[in-house]
Design a protein around this ligand. Sequence first.
Ligand SMILES: NC(=O)c1ccc[n+]([C@@H]2O[C@H](COP(=O)([O-])OP(=O)(O)OC[C@H]3O[C@@H](n4cnc5c(N)ncnc54)[C@H](O)[C@@H]3O)[C@@H](O)[C@H]2O)c1
Ligand SMILES: O=C[C@H](O)CS(=O)(=O)O
Length: 484
Amino acid sequence: MTLVLTDPGLLETRCLVDGVFVGEAVDAVENPATGALIARVPRFGAAQATQAVDAAAKAFKPWAAKLAKERSIILRRWFDLIIANREDLALILTAEQGKPLAEARGEIDYAASYVEFYAEEAKRINGETIPSHRPDARIIVTRQPVGVVAAITPWNFPAGMITRKLAPALAAGCTAVVKPAPETPLSALALAVLAQRAGIPAGVFNVITGDAPAIGGVLTSHPAVRVVGFTGSTEVGKLLMRQSAGTVKKVALELGGNAPFIVFDDADLDAAVEGAMISKFRNMGQTCVCANRLYVQGGVYDAFVAKLAQKVAGLVVGDGATANVTQGPLITAEAVDKVERHLADATAKGARVVVGGKRHALGRTFFEPTVVSGVTRDMAVAREEIFGPVAPVFRFETEAEVIAAANDTEFGLAAYFYSRDVGRIFRVAEGLEYGMVGINSGLLSSELAPFGGIKESGNSREGSHHGIAEFVDIKYLLVGGLDR
Ligand SMILES: NC(=O)c1ccc[n+]([C@@H]2O[C@H](COP(=O)([O-])OP(=O)(O)OC[C@H]3O[C@@H](n4cnc5c(N)ncnc54)[C@H](O)[C@@H]3O)[C@@H](O)[C@H]2O)c1
Ligand SMILES: O=C[C@H](O)CS(=O)(=O)O
């Protein structure tokens, strides 16, 4: 399906370095639903990454010197332009990432909400005074922008993961170099076009595509880069952390997940099924906060599995650009292979496919939305991020048992549970070792809340006023001699 935009200028295929779109079209960007070539983007490497960082370093002081209100106005203009171009941005996103258009529109709204929020937060990066320990001196604490930020982002939310870093960074007065995922660079480049139109000055926001290890090598070692913001797999996050040690950079990590989704006997079962559907099947199961393990208490296990399977059977698989499609393709054929491996492992160890369970008749990167029951902790789906449309349902009997099972992972990003018992709600919420817990809800992401994980799911928070902390240095001023 040809990409027809109201503003063709948003299909930018060059990189943005120091306010100029540059680079030759080399690396293919393909539609995961059809395999069709959408565009080609530059294959930049270390040299161009260095140029981008140098441009960001040059732009830092003038950008930081602007009044907070001036940055706020420019960011608000960027927000207005994103909303005004929502449909084109959603079409680009669906074309390169595959999610249904309705979800892509939702992601553009979500991405824009961070720009809107931090356009306001820019004016509230306050300092403080602290009662002094000396009569002749005063203690002042200020918060100043760190400088150049490197942002490396994933393919599953190609717009939201950009603005969730860029908005607070720019609001704080930092400048940035963004390396988007090779599967989905066009959303980042379209956002860069709109950022330029909004008046974000040359060098403040740079986007480079190409050789990830070579670019990452520069972003994690260049002395001008103060913060490396990374959203992606835990494996790559650990690598970038190691590479950043040489120059003691702050590394803000948003990594993988393995979310438990727990349904107690006292839950509102229909609400739990609804929550499981959105938590599991949003973006075809390709989100870091997807329900990865569904634990259902014995008393409602069979009823829950039956209700869930009925809902899953009603999902419509197809090209995300087609109306009424609710499940698009997975991002690559390799992603389908991984899902197939997980299912084969589970069924070989005794799990039962209740609905779905195989590659979709559409072929290529399409997979049938699937529910498996009788799942046990020795199966790969209990330990690994599935990142596909498969809902493995475990049975449990007691509260203590399920909290222990839910915490039995190196990950700690999101967890969910359904109960209407207030004592249980507090016991389980406090017992779960996760950065975020959805209680009687399968969706918890908002720009108003601190998004992030613990353990090997990451160490940073994005969104809310907490999201600024990654991009400012706290400076302590002792003002003495006040008695002379
Ligand atoms: N915690 C969160 O907020 C969050 C959000 C979205 C995705 N994720 C996680 O991201 C993963 C899926 O995304 P993905 O497949 O793009 O992850 P990935 O780690 O493979 O890639 C993420 C980014 O890192 C880049 N990259 C890969 N190797 C690199 C290297 N050696 N040097 C520099 N950059 C490198 C990639 O090009 C991409 O831009 C999942 O694990 C998912 O859970 C987490
Ligand atoms: O995949 C990770 C994203 O952070 C998902 S969400 O849209 O923020 O929930």
